[in-house]
Design a protein around this ligand. Structure first.
Ligand code: F6P
Length: 341
């Protein structure tokens, strides 16, 4: 068989480990050939390919990013996009596709599968918000990067008696904020799933200042206040209709300073959370996903996504995987709240 591989959406550490595992097992064990499509769905849409053989994947296991490139191109929004993809797959002799991506990339994979494309999905996102898998690779790396940053913020906050705010990624789900905040002992964690009360946040800040320590607030970029408390964010939309986020940490700092009279400063971790080398956990998970994905293709089991359930890799329908996002449930937030203030 000749199998196409693409990586779409925001990159994350571990993408190269998936690509390597797919090619090593696919070529070495099954004798399949591969073609790399560049920059997510733009590759098959425009017929932009690159060589993807065992030689091309040597040495990439620890490398962040993706050798295939990525984009947020949405072929469903482009007139004739699906037909162009089907034509290009045929032109390049591609029998099946492995699409590595998050909700958007896999949503497109699902629609292409419904229109006859043989596709298997691999879940990726630092946000960990994909349904039907307990974890996505990239998440553990992002959490560790954020944890280390928050550890560092603690010591400088105490030296200067400041409230320090750390804004982390997490558009719809607060998994990174929750895990990094818990791991690093944040005094307040704010997530998109639960609109925050700025009065309560300021209470926590003031009570923390009464100890000899300074407050550390971890806020997910998608977190927002209860209605009417602070100005909400606006921004440009991407091809999947998502607002470009960022700025809630700064707004929070202004509001905390205004209300408490204490100096408050913000650090935005941004893309630092997505860059660099994956943790051991993410390398192993990504490798196992890659091995399972190529086996699903070899078995002809299309329209599926590989996922982690407990410690086992399973196959689930792309529809189940993309039907809804996996957000932080209230009881998980309540666990973190025990340490607030
Ligand atoms: O979906 C992953 C993610 O990192 C989100 O947490 C974040 O909102 C978004 O991507 C940022 O995307 P971009 O890199 O396009 O700004």
């Amino acid at each position: 068989m000749r199998i196409g591989v693409l990586t779409g959406g925001g990159d994350c550490p571990g993408l190269n480990a998936v690509i390597r595992a797919v090619v090593r097992k696919g070529a070495g064990v099954y004798g399949h050939e591969f073609v790399g499509f560049r920059d997510g769905w733009r590759g098959p849409l425009e017929g932009d390919t690159m060589t993807l053989d065992v030689q091309a994947v040597r040495g990439i296991l620890p490398r962040g990013g993706t050798i295939l490139g990525s984009s947020r191109t949405n072929p469903i929004k482009i007139e004739g996009g699906v037909e162009r993809i089907k034509e290009n797959l045929e032109t390049h002799g591609v029998d099946a596709l492995i699409a590595i991506g998050g909700e958007d990339t896999l949503g497109v994979a699902k629609q292409l599968f419904d229109r006859g494309v043989k596709v298997v999905g691999v879940p990726k996102t630092i946000d960990n918000d994909l349904n039907a898998t307990d974890y996505t690779f990239g998440f553990d790396t992002a959490v560790n990067i954020a944890m280390e940053a928050i550890d560092r913020l603690h010591t400088t906050a105490e030296s200067h008696h400041r409230a320090l705010i750390c804004e982390v990624m997490g558009r719809h789900a607060g998994w990174i904020a929750l895990h990094a905040g818990m791991a690093a002992g944040a005094n307040v964690i704010l997530i998109p799933e639960k609109p925050f009360d700025i009065d309560k946040v300021c209470e926590y800040v003031e009570s923390r200042f009464k100890t000899r320590y300074s407050p550390i607030i971890v806020v997910a970029e998608g977190a927002h206040p209860i209605e009417g408390q602070m100005a909400v964010q606006t921004g440009d939309l991407d091809a999947f209709g998502h607002v470009r986020l960022g700025g809630v940490g700064e707004r929070l700092a202004q509001e905390i300073e205004r209300r408490t009279g204490k100096e408050a400063r913000t650090t935005v971790l941004g893309h630092i959370q997505r860059g660099g080398t994956p943790t051991a956990y993410d390398r192993v998970l990504a490798t196992r996903f890659g091995l399972a994905a190529i086996t699903a293709v070899h078995d002809g089991d299309y329209g599926k996504m590989v996922g982690l359930q407990g410690t086992e890799i399973v196959r689930v329908g792309l529809d189940a995987a993309t039907a809804e996002l996996k957000t932080v449930p209230p009881h998980r937030y309540e666990e973190a709240e025990v340490f607030f203030g």
